[in-house]
Design a protein around this ligand. Structure first.
Ligand code: SF4
Length: 326
């Protein structure tokens, strides 16, 4: 605005349109003069996303499949409960890390998302939630397609926009990782208290390496050193995600090993029965094995919740809708 010789209050006007009112194009900013709007529009973009498909689950979950400018497709999921609305964002188109139970991993890596493509998922999903349900998004989780800490620059940029621009509280934003150690340490050095969730899925090196190739690059002892550093610097409880796969990683003995690994840390464990994907012969653990595993963790004093998979009827696990669409 300064370079354009505009009065200083224009900056605040624009900020309000972009962040408070979540404008998708400069044309919406009707308090700005028309010539200024078109000048801004020809020089900058607010990265409007095009919904290629909207899937609505019987349980209220809504998944957007967004088409990006170059035709790539990514997903974000709105997950309403009675007391809060959570939005799950994608950080990459595809993913290179190849976890065996993951639909996104099956495509391999397509490309990194930009900071604006990540932040735009928030803006456009929040607009949807406001117009359809008159609800605001309470929590944002980086748990959709891709590994956020493998796209560090854009993810840090999107955190700046979400937190500093849209005003989402740092404690309401969680970055979920399969365990990229340098990224965890980098996140730990930020001043904000973002939440960290780590997908563990096995407490044992060989089993984890079979499920998640990343274990070979950053094995559990190194990963836990980084997690402890994050907890020390940021003072936050760490969330662990553990997908329960029938007969693979759901023995109660593994729950004991898991509790040992986490000893001394303030943690919360989410147990998620596998959301099965096409072409992979893995099944979710049956309810009695899930209950036994949860019980074994709780008996060791570990706070544990069993999560019901949401949006099964609309293929809401990350990458599933795109897998089915392709
Ligand atoms: S679970 Fe996450 S890190 Fe693993 S393949 Fe899927 S998107 Fe990538």
């Amino acid at each position: 605005m300064e370079a354009r010789g505009e009065p200083s209050y224009r900056t605040e006007q624009l900020r309000r349109w972009v962040f408070d009112r979540k404008a998708r194009s400069f044309d919406e900013a009707t308090t700005l003069p028309k010539e200024l709007r078109s000048a801004l529009g020809s020089e900058f973009s607010l990265t409007p996303l095009e919904p290629a498909h909207i899937a609505r689950s019987r349980d209220g979950t809504v998944k957007h499949l967004w088409r990006l400018e170059d035709g790539e497709q990514i997903e974000s999921v709105l997950i309403p409960t009675s007391d809060r609305l959570t939005l799950c964002l994608s950080s990459q188109a595809g993913c290179a890390l190849g976890c065996v139970f993951c639909a996104t991993g099956h495509f391999g890596f397509r490309r990194q998302l930009s900071a604006s493509e990540i932040a735009a998922q928030y803006r456009d999903a929040a607009r949807f939630a406001r117009s359809e349900w008159t609800r605001a998004v309470d929590n944002v989780v980086f748990m959709g397609m891709g590994e956020p800490l493998a796209n560090l620059e854009a993810v840090h940029g999107s955190l700046d926009v979400l937190h500093g621009g849209f005003g989402v509280g740092a404690r309401r934003i969680t970055i979920s990782t399969v365990g990229l150690v340098p990224g965890i340490l980098e996140l730990a050095r930020r001043p904000e208290q973002f939440g960290l969730a780590v997908s563990l899925h096995a407490p044992d090196h060989d089993l984890r390496a079979r499920l998640m190739p990343i274990e070979r690059r950053y094995p559990l002892p190194e990963l836990f050193e980084a997690i402890r550093e994050y907890a020390r610097l940021r003072g936050r409880r760490i969330t662990f995600e553990y997908t329960l796969i029938d007969g693979v990683n759901d023995a109660t003995a593994l729950a004991g090993q898991l509790a040992l690994l986490m000893r001394g840390l303030s943690v919360f464990v989410n147990l998620i029965p596998l959301n099965p994907i096409p072409y992979v012969d893995l099944r979710p653990s049956p309810p009695e094995r899930v209950a036994a595993f949860a019980g074994a963790l709780r008996a060791r004093g570990v706070e544990t919740a069993v999560r019901t998979p949401r949006g099964r009827d609309i293929a809401a696990a990350c990458g599933q809708l795109r897998l089915e669409s392709e």
